[in-house]
Design a protein. Sequence first.
Length: 193
Amino acid sequence: LCLPLWVNAAGNDKARQIFENCLKQIENPSGVSMDYELKITSLFTQTGHAIIKGNKTLTETKNGKVWFNGTTGWWLNLKKNEVDVFDNSYKKHISLSKQLDIIKTNCTFTLEREDATNYFIRLKVKKGSSDINECTALIDKKTYAPSQLRFKWKVFWFTVNISKLKLGNYPDTIFTFNRKDYPQVKFFDKRKK
């Protein structure tokens, strides 16, 4: 009777260790860049490029850019020629570092399967700790780089396909909006006063 429980616990420990090795790629202190494709069912697809360094991010898509330097963010909408200035309280901003903290402290991990090249990990989020209920991750066995993440947000599933993951050495200045590069844009301050 105890053997299946011990085997399951060992599998969960292995799954957590694999996922923590994957997070080390994303949390590289000097930064990491990647291309991504975000899909929400067949209704919405967005492709882009992201650079992550700690709690700082720079995301580029064909419609705009988002800079976040850890405290202040700038959301450039190229179609409208507008910039929303925001902080961590802004509802449209998803803090990557906050989501990673939730994963580390409020998830259970299961190694669903593995093949010659990939691990397939399932994460279940403890109720009430996040709007995301569940996540599945496809992780390369050699590099521990994620190639696909699927999230269940409330009742919807969305998929993020990741490619060209590359560790880098990015200066902090690239995560702050430079007004000189966009002199004609209109600004809307969404920060709490």
